[in-house]
Design a protein around this ligand. Structure first.
Ligand SMILES: NC(=O)c1ccc[n+]([C@@H]2O[C@H](COP(=O)([O-])OP(=O)(O)OC[C@H]3O[C@@H](n4cnc5c(N)ncnc54)[C@H](O)[C@@H]3O)[C@@H](O)[C@H]2O)c1
Ligand SMILES: CC(C)(CO)[C@@H](O)C(=O)[O-]
Length: 306
């Protein structure tokens, strides 16, 4: 399969690099990472060590491929969608966190849109070098009822052929809301309290706050027509906090590095859907206001490397 990975940062470089073992992959990103991949190839270390040589470019205008995988941060999805709209793809798959990405892609591209979640961990360590920090799996499926279920099966088969454990799911909207409940609870609370995820697995005020944010997110999901039970959201947060106890969340890492966060696509999205459906979301609104207030005051950046 011809695969273009739009957003060759941490996750995009890992997934693109692993797919490059079997498929024709083009990474789309920024220098100095892209220049290093073109010059020396891509090195993956951590869970496994491998060297691959995908094609790499900083400009995907007018490109074509069987599949475009979108792995930019949520605040860059609109730009990615605009570039992809000028190309030719049989399917477009988002592997991003947060909500709203698939709708932005669907509004721009003329191809089936697939939603996906990735539980693997990746960190761009240096130009040309990505660290694979957690093995993980990919779950993907059609986003809208009109989106082609066969496209999801084809993409999953291609991912499995490259040894990426991948499942197809028919209920991606519910799964993305469940992931959203996890991120809406863990990300801002750990970022604001500057604690590792495991702090939310211990009884105390931070665990109470995270649980309340997850339950509120589940309430908004139901108001939005998605069947997500309070217990499911609460249990998912407790499980992820326990299983990733030593990790710092992506939002915690972003704030400690002075980087823009994905707050708009996480708690901000919950607040928007609450407003649209007449539900109330005071906890998500407060968490979003605190992180957005920090972003404004901190003059955040979006640099390529730590
Ligand atoms: N890193 C992980 O382990 C991980 C795991 C699961 C999900 N995610 C999600 O995946 C998404 C990406 O996260 P990440 O950690 O890889 O972020 P990242 O910042 O490391 O990577 C994004 C990359 O996209 C590039 N980019 C953005 N706009 C571009 C453009 N117009 N042209 C070319 N390149 C462009 C940036 O330069 C950057 O290198 C996020 O939604 C994140 O929440 C990440
Ligand atoms: C699951 C998660 C909260 C674990 O740190 C991750 O999605 C993150 O950090 O954004």
């Amino acid at each position: 399969m011809d695969i273009l990975v739009f957003g060759a940062g941490s996750l995009g470089s890992l997934v693109g690099g692993l797919l490059a073992r079997t498929h024709d992959v083009t990474l789309v990103g920024r220098d100095p990472h892209i220049a290093a991949v073109r010059r020396d190839g891509l090195r993956i270390t951590g869970v496994e060590t491998l060297d691959v040589s995908p094609a790499a470019t900083t400009d995907a205008t007018g490109a074509s491929a069987d599949l475009a995988v979108v792995a930019v941060k949520a605040y860059d999805t609109e730009t990615a969608a605009t570039v992809l709209a000028n190309g030719d793809y049989d399917a477009v798959l988002s592997l991003q966190n947060g909500m709203g990405n698939e709708d932005v892609l669907a509004a721009h591209v003329d191809a089936p849109v697939l939603a996906g979640t990735a539980t693997c961990g990746a960190r761009l360590a240096d130009p040309g070098h990505v660290e694979w920090t957690g093995r993980g799996t990919i779950t993907l499926g059609p986003w809208r009822p009109a989106d082609d279920a066969e496209a999801a099966e084809r993409v999953a088969a291609a991912f499995r052929a490259a040894d990426l454990p991948t499942e197809v799911a028919a209920d991606m909207r519910r799964r993305l809301w469940e992931k959203l409940a996890i991120n809406a609870a863990i990300n801002p609370v750990t970022a604001l309290a500057r604690v590792a995820n495991g702090a939310l697995a211990e009884p105390g005020p931070l665990a109470d706050l995270a649980r309340a944010a997850a339950v509120e997110t589940a309430t908004v999901a139901r108001a939005d027509g998605v069947d997500l039970a309070d217990e499911t959201a609460k249990d998912a947060v407790a499980t992820v906090a326990r299983e990733t106890a030593r990790n710092r969340s992506s939002m915690h890492r972003d704030v400690t590095r002075g980087r823009r966060t994905e707050i708009d696509a996480i708690n901000g999205y919950v607040v928007d859907r609450a407003r649209a459906t007449g539900a109330s979301a005071p906890i998500n609104r407060t968490l979003a206001a605190l992180i957005r207030g920090w972003e404004t005051g901190a003059g955040v950046s979006t640099p390529e490397h730590e």
